[in-house]
Design a protein around this ligand. Sequence first.
Ligand SMILES: [Zn+2]
Length: 331
Amino acid sequence: MNNLTNSVRVIPIECKFGPISAFAYYIDAPEPAIIDTGVNVSVAQDIEPTLAKHGIRIEDIRWILLTHGHVDHLGGAYALWEKTGRQAKVVIPKKEARLVSDKNEHIVDYKALQGKYIIDREIQEKHITMLTTDIGGSIEPNLEVVDGDSINLGGDITVKVIETPGHSIGSVTFVLNGLDWAFAADAVQMYGGASGLPTIENPCDYRKSVQRLIEEVRPKRLFLGHPFRNIDGEMQSAQIEGEQVQVVLQASLDMDAKLREVVEQFFTEEPVSKQHELYGPFWPIASEIGYSGDPRNLPCAFFVTMNGYREELIGSHINREEETLNDSKEV
Ligand SMILES: [Zn+2]
């Protein structure tokens, strides 16, 4: 064990906007870093004042590390980058780099996913306005990272990149080497955040990512992007350590198993033809899991997640059919 242990100061910064909050994390290093940035207003409202309280100048930040491309994590990147006189290097997963270099890509993604289920034009337009105003501007990233990459923050402080997709296509976890502190942001969702459901774009990837954290990364501390709920629906701290790390990771797998089971139950029986005005084709599932939230509230966790589980189910059916076809050919 080197002398790095317990020598890195991490400052969680809660960025509040509307009814929710997202965490940014300051890492004290020779080249100071911020992991995630909240939305555009978060920089002046939360990040700068919190750092100032600790005697840290925002302009000294040298690295902006983005765990994924969602607005509530990268929306503040531009304003923060400006505050550093454009000196800070911007790092984002390769698979989501387009989301920091062109903010219009957020509208493309919205229309391809949430927009499929939000019929009301006015709400669609409101969402698009929110998405674009929450992002300060577009930046060409300095570094597009993939699994296994390392970033040296000066001295012996190094951050390793672990790909943990599922919540989004390209989400990564940054792990502080030597300490095994994992900044997983939204890759781990327990029973969901403010919306009452986890937001999972690709359940199969999500499951593998959480399993990889449990088996391979085995974090001593876990730093999440939001407070998430436990099995009783109670909001938990976004900073977790000790035995709780395992509890939180297992809870995320348990919720995944539950969602998978319920979706399978409803989509393998009769195709759902009736559409509910609020829950669309997924209304029987909403009642089964006791979800009574408004699925139209961004990030529309209900629709994103249901869409993901349904696609997984359809995919596994197609695979089964192909297997059957191949079997019959062999006969
Ligand atoms: Zn996210």
